[in-house]
Write a protein that binds this ligand. Structure first.
Ligand SMILES: Nc1ncnc2c1ncn2[C@@H]1O[C@H](COP(=O)(O)OP(=O)(O)OP(=O)(O)O)[C@@H](O)[C@H]1O
Length: 583
């Protein structure tokens, strides 16, 4: 409909925005107007009716009156009217919108943006109007289901559109059926370009939404109720590669998920699939190995391919601090086994071994400039806004690095010389806030006195954030049992690092809240036992020989599995009971 005159077209909806003409005269936006490019005069926009209302704003069907030297026309546009933004944040939002506009020029798979305006004091994004969305189409279908052919066809359009946007470093962050528009050629087009990112950090009417990026049902798995890690049911009757790639999309750690290019390849390979006699035929052969190696998914492993000349070492199992076996402590790739049946095997020259070792590539990790993806690293340049410690996501052969760090919205990018190695953390380890940390980045449990409680790492997030539980604390009902920790603020606690027996015993208590009551019960039980047995002994000893208190204490303290303070309690209680009983 773009370009077609629709002047005087009657409004069909029941929602209206009362346009206050005075407000449209750039009042609060005066100082910011020169930031807006391309600016659209609000007087040229006539809102018709509201198409939808979302957490970030409303979308209106409107008519735009466009006058140039060559023509004058009225045409339909869609207007995304953002919720009211506080004056302090306006410049930041407009700056981000400008960047978005310049990056989105010429994109084939995304909604065309005309410009920005301000109506009723609200920032409006004026865009091309499309006749419908995937969401609208689904609403009209029986059970809301597309045929597999349509899913793959639209999916391929989408994957192309998303890859195009990513190539311009635009994050969409709100992919859902109503934000996938259908153009005149029945192709899927991305709408709502990066609006959540533009509004990130800007207070919105619902304070909850300020922290959210996207729409709950369509968020990345780790964004929405991360502690549940639920996966939806994926139908069984899909072509195997399609099912496999969809399951991969629900991996909690985004490094384990397929890339958009993986999804595209699988969808392209399956678009002519035919289901015949209980089998899928005509499906493109996926060349990915379907095995799950040491906890890594095929999607994780397929992100880096080894080449001849690469330095490599054996890969640690996922979530482990140490390799299980170091077949290759350090080596160089000298050959790739490209024979189809042997796909994935490589030849590695290892120092001290005469012939090259033949191992599967997935058991190795590339080490470049001393760094391998997954290493814990410290950024040499520190800044209070972010943690100095993070997890290396990639190191290219020419030394560019990407690191997941708490405090950055996306991966931190730099070069290898910006980094140095840092302490490694993995699930199962016990950690405690360092004694010089007085106001931690995340809430932490206090212990007795001024000492921080010790917790156990239950998960390491891709940005190095530690998810910590406190097994020494008993939790009730809905009480939050998971805490977060900045790896730069904690230190490891272990039996070997506990300086004395008292600290070792305290560390024993960190393992489970039941340890203390159990030991106390054992102590009491032993005390009662002693209460019965000691008088007998005393009785005997009266007859036979004298038993000194020091000897009795020694007997109990010799129970090596009991910490000394428990032995003392038992000993004291034993004496007390003895005294009482003997009386
Ligand atoms: N350019 C457009 N042309 C036609 N319809 C559009 C356009 N952009 C959005 N829409 C439609 O407007 C409706 C509301 O869109 P909107 O993006 O506000 O919804 P939402 O995604 O639920 O909200 P939010 O983006 O704030 O999360 C949707 O049905 C969408 O398909």
């Amino acid at each position: 409909m773009a370009g077609k005159a629709v002047e005087n077209r009657p409004s069909t909806g029941f929602d209206f925005e009362i346009v206050d003409d005075d407000y449209d005269q750039l009042t609060t936006f005066d100082s910011s107007a020169n930031h807006i490019n391309p600016w659209i005069n609000p007087a040229s926009i006539k809102l018709r009716h509201r198409l939808g209302r979302g957490p970030f704003g409303d979308v209106w069907l409107a008519t735009r009156h466009e006058v140039t030297d060559d023509y004058e026309k009225f045409h339909e546009v869609a207007v995304k009217m953002l919720h009211h933004i506080k004056e302090d944040n306006i410049k930041a939002v407009l700056d981000k919108l400008n960047v978005l506009f310049s990056k989105s020029q010429g994109l084939q798979g995304a909604c065309r943006l005309h410009g920005v305006s301000v109506i009723n004091g609200k920032i409006c994004i004026i865009m091309k109007f499309y006749e419908g969305s995937i969401g609208d189409q689904m609403a009209r279908l029986k059970e809301g289901k597309f045929s597999l052919g349509d899913v793959l066809r639209y999916g391929i359009d989408l994957a192309h559109g998303i890859m195009e946007m990513h190539s311009k470093e635009i994050l969409i962050l709100n992919l859902k059926p109503f934000n996938i528009l259908i153009n005149g050629d029945n192709k899927a087009i991305l709408g709502d370009l990066g609006i959540p990112y533009v509004l990130l950090g800007v207070p919105l009417p619902s304070s909850d939404m300020t922290r959210r990026l996207g729409t709950p049902n369509y968020m990345a798995p780790e964004q929405w109720q991360p502690e549940k890690q639920e996966k939806p049911h994926i139908p069984n009757d899909l072509p195997p590669d399609v099912k496999n790639v969809i399951i991969g999309c629900f991996e909690y750690d985004f490094r384990s998920r397929p890339l958009m290019s993986d999804i595209l390849r699988v969808f392209e390979g399956s678009k002519n699939a035919v289901y015949l006699d209980g089998n899928w035929t005509n499906i493109g052969r996926s060349n990915l190995d379907k095995s799950n190696w040491n906890g890594y998914t095929e999607w994780f492993l397929s992100k880096d391919y080894l080449q001849v000349g690469d330095m490599v070492r054996s890969r640690k199992p996922l979530n482990s601090c140490k390799p299980e076996s170091m077949v290759v402590p350090e080596g160089t790739i000298v050959g790739l086994d490209t024979d189809n049946d042997q796909n994935g095997y490589v030849l590695v020259r290892v120092h001290g071994i005469h012939d090259p070792v033949r191992v599967h590539g997935s058991t190795l990790e590339r080490v470049t400039f001393g760094l391998a993806a997954g290493d814990w690293v410290r950024l040499k340049k520190e800044n209070k806004k972010h943690s100095p410690v993070g997890v290396l996501h990639s190191v290219t052969r020419d030394g560019n690095v990407a690191v997941g760090v708490i405090g950055f919205e996306t991966l931190w990018k730099g070069v290898y010389s910006d980094l140095q190695m840092a302490e490694t953390y993995c699930p199962g380890q016990f950690v405690r806030l360092k004694s010089n940390v007085f106001s931690p980045r995340f809430q932490w449990l206090g212990k007795r006195g001024c000492e921080w409680a010790t917790g156990r790492v239950s998960q390491v997030l891709p940005n190095g954030c530690l998810v910590v539980k406190f097994p020494s604390k008993l939790h009730f009902g809905d009480e939050n049992s998971c805490f977060l920790a900045d790896p730069a603020e904690v230190e490891l606690v272990s039996f070997s690092t506990s300086p004395n027996m008292m600290k070792k015993y305290q560390h024993l208590e960190d393992f489970h809240w039941a340890v203390r009551p159990l030991l106390v019960s054992i102590g009491l039980f032993t005390a009662i036992k002693l209460g019965f047995s000691v008088p007998k002994k005393i009785g005997k000893s009266r007859k036979n020989s004298e038993t000194t208190e020091a000897q009795r204490g020694g007997d109990i303290a010799n129970a090596k599995w009991l910490p000394p303070n428990m032995a003392n309690i038992i000993f004291r209680e034993g004496v007390t009971t003895t005294t009482t009983t003997s009386r």
